[in-house]
Each structure stands twice: as structure tokens, then as C-alpha cells.
Design a protein around this ligand. Structure first.
Ligand SMILES: [Zn+2]
Length: 279
């Protein structure tokens, strides 16, 4: 599926039928049974206005901007070895990213969560235990989100403003809850390198670089060695293509202003219309 907005095309995530091959909080990928295939790309107003005035849930798989920025996002950490390695790479490259952390991992590795924030990255909510949100009760949903927000805030002093649903599984009920109960934007992605399949660092790099477009949200996981290995080359290639790097919140703030309305067309009086017809 392709969503077209403001002249840009974003390819929606792949739908894969493959089963899970990793333990509990492994890869994000759109569930084959995802309830709603459509993802909205909101670009109707400048972010500052849109976000303040929004009255309905918003989900993004890309941001409608003409500015050459992408957001690198990393899910499922913190991981005790790989996340610090990734943070080293990002620091060396001067790049800021967004980390969709799992609450129970923040509880286990609070010092890594603190380092994520201390080094200028965005930290956001990826639930406490990585369930499929469309398949759990409202009470459990609230518990997953609230406990994760609380541990992030307690450990880092930062309150997340957006979330990513495990497996990309969302429906209207989940979206409403994220908006009404938690004040969260739902953040999907525009490029999925399928790094959880561990295709090798070169493949991950190529897929991310080939898929990047202005406003793109690049999905990756800081729990796979090949993903970390892919990052220096990925970042260098993206820089060579002219891209800058923004956190998800920064990217949302780069949304293009709405196109100006066309000037009203003056009504044609009958006499003039008659003259034109006779010409
Ligand atoms: Zn995940």
C-alpha cells in the first residue's frame, strides 16, 4: 500500500506471515492479522498547532515534510551489551535517535536508559512486556503503558510523548486509548529492514538506505548484533544522500504547513457566459 501526501509517497509496512522465531520481546513487524491496514500520515497543519489543537488520535508511519530528515528508531531495548555499542556509534556519528524501550528492560538496565537520555536521544514507550495490544484487555493495556511511562520517568526524569505498538498491532480501540488515556501519538514506520530476521549487516544497511525518504521513520532493533554492525555504514550512506537525523518528536515538528487554499473563483454572470459560448 502506498500513501500519497503532499507529493511524497510512503510505502506502508510489509505484511509478513512468518511466525515468531525469537523469544518474548523480539522483533516488531506488522502482524499478519493486523486489524487496520491503513495508517494515517498527518500533515494538515504545522506541528506546533496541530499537536496543540488535535482532538483525535494520530498515528504516523512517516511525517509529511519536504525537509531532508529521517528518524532512526530502535526497539526492544535496552540491551545490556548492544545498546551501549549503538550509543557509541551514534555519539561518534553525531546522530540522535529514538529508542522505543520495553519497561521491564528499563527496570533491569536503568543506567542504559539514563545514558540514552543523557546523550540527547528520545526515549519512548514500547510497553512493559511486549504484548500484542489488540489482543489484551483494556485494564492490561493501561497497565502496560502506565507502568512503562512511570519507570521511564522515574529512571530518566523524562516523560515519553509517543509510543510504538509491538508488532505494529493497532486498532481504533488502542489508538483511542493511547490518545485519551496516555496522550501518546502512535508511531509506526516507513522503512522496515526486517533486521529481526538477521539477514546480515549489509542487507540491513541497504534496505534502510534505499527506503529512506524525507520524513521517513526507519525501524530497527537494538537487540540484534547485525543491526548495530550495520549502523555506521547506514548513517554514512544516509548522510551522503543528504539526509539529516531527527528524533521522532523533532521530525513531527518539521511537518510542512498546509498548502494555501486556492483563491475563490469569481462567479460568471449570464451575459459573459453567453458571449463566451458564442465565440
Ligand atoms: Zn518490539
Amino acid at each position: 500500500m502506498v500513501i500519497e501526501k503532499s507529493g511524497m509517497k510512503f510505502t506502508a509496512p510489509f505484511v509478513i506471515a512468518a511466525g515468531l522465531s525469537f523469544a518474548a520481546c523480539a522483533q516488531d513487524r506488522p502482524a499478519a492479522t493486523r486489524d487496520e491496514p491503513s495508517i494515517s500520515v498527518i500533515g494538515a497543519a504545522p506541528a506546533s498547532t496541530a499537536r496543540r489543537q488535535r482532538r483525535s488520535p494520530a498515528s504516523y508511519n512517516a511525517v509529511a515534510t519536504s525537509r531532508p530528515f529521517v528518524a532512526l528508531t530502535f526497539d526492544d531495548g535496552p540491551h545490556p551489551e548492544l545498546t551501549p555499542q549503538l550509543l557509541d556509534v551514534l555519539r561518534n556519528e553525531g546522530v540522535r535517535a529514538t529508542f522505543y524501550v520495553i519497561g521491564r528492560n528499563v527496570q533491569t538496565y536503568p543506567e542504559i536508559a539514563r545514558r540514552i537520555v543523557a546523550e540527547g536521544h528520545e526515549i519512548a514507550n514500547h510497553t512493559w512486556s511486549h504484548p500484542k495490544l489488540t489482543a489484551i484487555s483494556a485494564a492490561r493495556l493501561d497497565q502496560e503503558m502506565t507502568s512503562t511511562t512511570e519507570i521511564i520517568q522515574r529512571v530518566t526524569g523524562r516523560r515519553p510523548t509517543n509510543m510504538r505498538p509491538p508488532y505494529g498491532a493497532v486498532n481504533e480501540r488502542v489508538r483511542q486509548s493511547m490518545f485519551q488515556d496516555h496522550g501518546f501519538d502512535v508511531i509506526m514506520w516507513s522503512v522496515d529492514p526486517l533486521d529481526w530476521q538477521r539477514p546480515g549487516a549489509e542487507v540491513v544497511r541497504q534496505r534502510l538506505v534505499d527506503g529512506a525518504k524525507p520524513g521517513g521513520i526507519l525501524l530497527a532493533h537494538d537487540i540484534h548484533p547485525g543491526t548495530i554492525e550495520a549502523m555506521p555504514g547506514t548513517i554514512r550512506d544516509l548522510k551522503a544522500k543528504g539526509f539529516g537525523f531527527a528524533t521522532v518528536s523533532q521530525l513531527l515538528a518539521l511537518q510542512d504547513a498546509p498548502a494555501p487554499r486556492p483563491a475563490p473563483v469569481a462567479p460568471v454572470v449570464p451575459e459573459q457566459a453567453a458571449v463566451r459560448r458564442s465565440e
